[in-house]
Design a protein around this ligand. Structure first.
Ligand code: CUA
Length: 199
């Protein structure tokens, strides 16, 4: 059977296109290191984060040589701790949970991006090589101030990190934000009740 030269050319081109298509899809799936977020962590009681070793005090912990674990609480409308500070050339594994509603946790400029679901602990890792600052944003609508919910990941030079950890045992910083939510509204009622009895 005779096939015209142009016919052959188009057949070849079509084949190349098909291979390119398969190639790009394969690269997209494998190349940039996209992976499903691990759901291997046990469920957690979102109303009792205070009683959980990891989240009662959100913090960064050194867990190995150049390995750090960041225990992060995402809540309306902030991330704790903020900023998250780690030294350069380290691998940071984030464990993130939420006490209230679904939030997002995206480290802008990396491929770390996960949903944060009350009752679940999301786990995601970032290689922090160069000293620089990353923004952290919430990308799930979580309420009126969703757009303002942001944090920071600060990757600092090693000597600076050591200095910070030597003189500053400032870990208590986050306590300041815990007040105020419900306590203030409890007063006031008592005073008016007594007045009514006098008639
Ligand atoms: Cu938290 Cu949007």
């Amino acid at each position: 059977m005779h096939i015209h030269a142009y016919e052959k050319l188009w057949l070849t081109l079509a084949l190349v296109l098909i291979l390119l298509l398969i190639g790009t899809v394969t690269y997209g799936a494998v190349g940039p290191g996209v992976a499903m977020v691990s759901d291997g962590q046990d469920p957690i009681d979102p109303e009792a984060l205070d009683e959980d070793d990891r989240f009662a005090e959100p913090r960064v912990e050194r867990v190995g040589e150049n390995e750090y674990a960041a225990y992060v609480v995402a809540e309306q409308f902030q991330f704790r701790p903020d900023p998250i500070v780690v030294p350069e050339n380290s691998r940071v594994t984030f464990y993130i949970t939420s006490p209230d509603v679904i939030h997002g946790f995206e480290v802008v400029g990396t491929n770390a991006n996960t949903m944060v679901i009350p009752g679940e602990v999301a786990e995601i890792a970032v290689e922090a090589n160069e000293p620089r600052e990353y923004g952290i944003v919430c990308n799930e609508y979580c309420g009126a101030a969703h757009h303002a919910m942001e944090g920071k990941l600060e990757v600092v030079p090693e000597d600076e990190y050591e200095r910070m950890n030597d003189d500053g045992t400032d870990d208590g910083e986050t306590d300041d934000t815990d007040d105020g939510e419900t306590d203030d509204t409890d007063d006031g009622d008592d005073g008016t009740d007594q007045g009514g009895d006098g008639e």
